[in-house]
Design a binder for this molecule. Structure first.
Ligand code: GTP
Ligand code: MG
Length: 335
């Protein structure tokens, strides 16, 4: 199944940059939306500090990693030093505090895998999930944002891929497909392994940023303004990269043995990670190593059925990019 198809040249590929860039531009959130998000966070900070004066709020996920499209919900992390109190108690208390203000639909989800408070702000219309002390997510959010600053093609590619995944219904972890976070890591990996490379491997470079979170050392080169011409030898534009991305996941990736690793900027083997068999619910049918929590496979949610769905979607997209005279329409067709 792998390597079965030749990537043929498509002479009109450069014409396709125009419609892809137009889609990308249309997905960028307007400044005014960013402003309203900040307003909501300021309100939350005020409410939280009354109860916990030393607590801090951090934005993470797509509202802070620069891969957020217009009208996304926001993800907030409450950092709090209440070692003696368990997370669900903090969640209940937080929900109480927020309920008493003008916020709507405040719900405490204490039994979720990651316990959160959900709410909606009627003033800004923004929905928001608040989790407790999930600082690794805050750090991986910074890593993704820093990668986005190295080369604008990452943001373009990730917006297109996320938009495709949402349109095609393959961005739903509860149905066994991949999270947005996983798709962005797949894009980073893809641009790292292009030749010439479009992205470096920041974690293999001299560390200028270093923190320890939950006993995990997170260190990498974060002075990305110094890398702004890193990808200059590679002239590929968005249409070529979208095509190559789908082609890679349809026909080149070795699903049986390979793990993609942004941390090392390369492929590592499933055997090396002991991800060769199913353990509990983790099946490792497509393996995407988390850059910091290296025992964590973002592909673990994918099962026997959904791996088939995913691979068929990659093949469909690659074939559309290869043969369709107007790929931008068919690619994003609702499933
Ligand atoms: P959208 O909400 O779809 O725009 O994307 P997002 O970037 O907010 O991604 P998502 O909701 O999938 O994840 C939010 C954040 O949680 C990510 O950016 C990561 O920082 C963090 N995260 C860490 N581990 C995981 C994981 O296993 N799954 C998911 N989904 N997120 C994780
Ligand atoms: Mg999100």
């Amino acid at each position: 199944r792998i390597y079965k198809r030749q990537m043929m040249c498509r002479r009109d590929i450069d014409i396709l940059n125009v419609p892809f860039l137009a889609i990308y531009e249309s997905l960028i959130p307007p400044e005014e939306e960013k402003l309203r998000q900040k307003q909501l966070v300021a309100l939350l900070e005020k409410l939280v500090s009354k109860e916990w004066p030393t607590a801090k709020l951090y934005l993470y996920g797509s509202c802070a990693n620069s891969f957020g499209v217009s009208k996304s919900d926001i993800d907030v992390c409450l950092a709090i030093e209440e070692a003696d109190m368990d997370k669900s108690k903090i969640i209940m208390k937080l929900a109480d505090i927020l309920q008493s203000d003008n916020l709507q639909n405040v719900q405490a989800l204490t039994r979720a895998r990651v316990p959160i408070v959900k709410l909606m702000d009627p003033v800004t219309g923004i929905s928001c999930d608040i989790c407790i002390n999930n600082l690794l997510a805050v750090v991986n959010t910074k890593l993704l944002r820093d990668y986005a600053h190295v080369d604008v093609r990452l943001r373009q590619l990730a917006f297109i891929i996320k938009h495709w995944a949402k349109s095609r219904g393959v961005n739903e972890t509860y149905h066994g497909t991949l999270s947005s976070y996983a798709y962005v890591l797949m894009c980073i990996h893809y641009l790292q392994q292009r030749r010439p490379a479009i992205l470096p491997c920041l974690q293999e470079m001299e560390a200028t940023y270093s923190v320890t979170v939950d006993d995990i050392g997170c260190a990498y080169f974060d002075q990305v303004e110094k890398l702004s011409d890193f990808g200059r030898h590679n002239k590929e534009a968005i249409a070529q990269l979208v095509w190559g991305f789908f082609y890679y996941w349809a026909y080149c990736h070795d699903y049986a043995n390979a793990v993609i690793s942004v941390r090392t900027g390369s492929i590592i083997s499933k055997r090396e990670k002991d991800w060769t068999r199913r353990i509990g619910n983790d099946r490792h049918l497509i393996c995407i190593e988390d850059p910091f929590e290296t025992s964590h496979d973002l592909g673990r949610v994918v099962d026997k059925h959904s791996i088939k769905v995913l691979r068929e979607e990659f093949e469909r997209a690659a074939d559309i990019m290869q043969y369709d005279p107007n790929p931008c329409i068919k690619l994003f067709e609702p499933y």
